[in-house]
Design a protein around this ligand. Sequence first.
Ligand code: ZN
Length: 369
Amino acid sequence: MDLNAPDRTLRIGGRPLPVAGPARMYVCGITPYDATHLGHARTFVWADVAARVLRHAGADVRVCRNVTDVDDVLNQAAHRAGSPYDSFAAVQQYYFERDLDTLGVHAVDDQPRAHNHVREVIALAQGLVTSGHAYVHDNAVYFHGADVPALPDDEAHALLAEYGDEPDDPGKRHPFDVAVWRPSRSGEPAWPSPWGPGRPGWHAECAAMAMTTFGPSLDLHAGGTDLRFPHHAYESAMAEALTGVHPFSRAWLHIGMVRRDGEKMAKSTGNLVLVSDLVPGHPPAAVRLMLMSTPWQDEWDYTPDALDQAAALLDRLHTAAGRPGNSPTAEATVTKALLDDLDVPIALRIAEEEGARTARLTMQVLALT
Ligand code: ZN
């Protein structure tokens, strides 16, 4: 090890994230009920970039990306398709992984599925009840959440309602309490528990899967900005309440939403662009490049032009990479940009200008070859 080597610490949100052992990275995965659209793809491509940059910095990275296969929208979609929820989820999961593989997203080390971690959710619920952080009411276990929202009460209330946490449920002691465990409605999957047959709450699922994989804390937690509240806020709060280890995650990578014509790309909005719509006519690396062409924190508006521009930039990068020569200074500047909050736009600009080995290094780290 060269002790005089420059600092190769990744900064996220301007704060250094030094790691001494393996870097533990948890990516909040999909609910496998529909095809992969650009909103999903951007989140998972950026999470992949973060893991690759950490590896480039010399870290040994272990990535866990869960599958939320116990969920209301999945149950409804499986019901409409006339399939059991688990086989329906397995088929959707296959298409999702195929799309991510096409986009150059590295296979993850761990891929826990929620339905295999019901026992850990029950242990989490029992632990939270025992330690006074949760209570039992009508066969459900609710987490005391009054202090969780770090946003105005009316906004927290609206978001909890939007994400199915039922703030107006009269069984709760406080509207901001959320279910760790709840009884299943008819037709929903159900597992035996000390509180009767039921199923895990969504936030509790991720807390249980993350702790099963990594223990009480993580180095980096990734997911879309729409998961910041309530999902990640409650996932963290439950884990911290159970273990006493703060913070649950040392850093967060909340990737900005994808929009189309000014509206969030979402199934409910009906404005989806699927990865499989774009790939037949364009190199997958151009789609990947397009998704990382604006900073990860920012919202990004998809336009067909953006894909043409990315394809043109990819061509220029290939041409530049074919030039002979090398510039250790430019390579160091690319590395510095990537470590500085994953500044891919600057790294790409330097790669294009310098060409040669600098361009090859950039394209290799970002998996654009
Ligand atoms: Zn999650």
